[in-house]
Write a protein that binds this ligand. Structure first.
Ligand SMILES: [Zn+2]
Length: 430
């Protein structure tokens, strides 16, 4: 049993207050590395991004950890274990943000990793198994049309060949941006890792489930799978006054009917399934002409591959029927697919147990957004932990999680790392 479960109430309270101060200070400090404008903007390989990663490198070294960069700009801080033959446990999140994002998304996981390692080292000295904090270079896909660059490079899911030719909205190529910060093939140690024993990521929920249920921690069962489609409908553009209703081939009306079908069926299948039409284009798109063409996107997410498959088999057939009954032509093309990513069962059970023993209210949940932990799960047992987001708001300057909620998440992470790093000597994890 971990040490923090044996603490008295007042000892635990004192520790939480200390963690609150640490995490508040850390997030305040990291949020200053930002481009001008509202909120925090730290795009991959921008000057603010480079300053942040260099400052994190210095901070980790200052903590007495073995700090290093890899060739894509991930920063590691290593707390060496007494048994180097045991595979290390890595914890952290991404340093990049969206444009005008908040100060918690990604940054919190880095802060938590640094604070947990520092606390463990100061309190217990060297672990048995090596622990590493990581500040991952990129996850959001906000500058270049590609995401999970940091974790994907470590897991072997991203490569320098794969980003060749990519450019940002100013025409700066990925290669140029990366080189301007001193990174790229041959610039340092390889990003690809095969030695990691487990990965744990602490992140804000970015939704309102925990807040609405009054819980402190979410143990993520799975990151949802996503599939995106483009639907095109062809009808006949015609006069809005002289074309009788029964003689119309109205593409926009067909699109509207399909959206209703989609919503009705998604509701019927249960809360976990979400289906979204986020973009709709009509042609000629004028007030007094029946639309001759319409196209729209469909985004479907679920954590169960079978449920996802079933729904994505159902809707194109239902749409085709709706199109035929209106005399419309119909095309449906899938352009994006990400399979559901279940997190590691044993790590989930350990986290449930840590929360239960600490008396912290928690629940299993799915993540509707993608995270670095899903890349790591392809490499090693991985876990993803959430803390509440006020009002479910994220990717906005108003993003907020209270100091106590942040500290509680750090406490759970610290306890898990203690159990894995200081108490166990098994060859395999978890
Ligand atoms: Zn994030």
């Amino acid at each position: 049993m971990g040490v923090r479960t044996r603490m008295t109430e007042s000892e635990r309270e004192a520790l939480l207050i200390r963690l609150e101060e640490k995490v508040d200070d850390f997030l305040e400090w990291l949020s200053a590395f930002s481009a001008e404008g509202a909120g925090v903007t730290r795009l991959l390989y921008s000057p603010q991004w480079l300053e942040a990663q260099q400052a994190l490198h210095a901070k980790l070294a200052g903590m007495g950890l073995d700090a290093s960069f890899d060739e894509v700009g991930n920063v590691f801080g290593r707390l060496a274990g007494r048994k180097p033959e045991l595979a290390p446990i890595v914890t952290g999140s991404h340093v990049d943000t969206v444009v005008s994002g908040g100060r918690y998304d990604g940054a919190y996981g880095i802060a938590a990793a640094c604070i947990a390692l520092e606390y463990l080292r100061d309190t217990y000295g060297s672990p048995i198994r090596t622990l590493e904090a990581v500040s991952l270079s990129e996850e959001e896909g906000s500058r270049f049309p590609m995401a999970y660059w940091g974790s994907g490079s470590i897991a072997g899911e991203r490569s320098f060949e794969g980003v060749r030719g990519l450019a940002d909205s100013d025409g700066v190529t990925f290669e140029e941006a990366m080189r301007s910060c001193g990174f790229g093939a041959g610039s340092g140690k390889a990003a690809r890792r095969e030695d990691i024993g487990a990965f744990v990521e602490l992140h804000i929920e970015q939704g309102s489930v925990l807040e609405s249920e009054g819980l402190s921690v979410g143990v993520v069962d799975a990151v949802v799978g996503q599939r995106r489609f483009l639907v095109r409908l062809g009808g006949e553009a015609n006069h809005a006054g002289t074309t009788p209703m029964r003689m119309r081939r109205d593409a926009l009306e067909g699109a509207g009917a399909m959206m209703s079908l989609l919503r009705g069926e998604a509701l019927r299948r249960g809360a976990q399934l979400v289906a979204t039409v986020g973009r709709l284009l009509a042609s000629p798109n004028v007030p007094n002409v029946v639309a001759g063409e319409a196209s729209f996107t469909v985004d479907v997410r679920h954590s169960d591959p079978l449920e996802l498959e079933r729904f994505c088999g159902w809707f194109p057939a239902a749409f085709r029927d709706a199109a035929e009954s209106r005399g419309l032509t119909f095309e449906c093309e899938e352009w994006f697919r990400e399979e559901p990513a279940p997190m590691d069962d044993k790590l989930k059970e350990r986290l449930d147990k840590v929360c239960e023993e600490l008396g912290i209210g928690s629940k299993r949940m799915v993540s509707g957004a993608g995270h670095d932990a899903q890349m790591f799960q392809r490499l090693c047992p991985s876990a993803l932990l959430f803390v509440p987001s006020k009002g479910g708001l994220s990717h906005a300057p108003e993003e907020f999680t209270s100091s106590r909620e942040l500290a509680t998440g750090v406490l759970v992470l610290t306890e898990l790392l203690y159990r894995l790093g200081y108490e166990e000597e098994e060859e395999t994890l978890p």
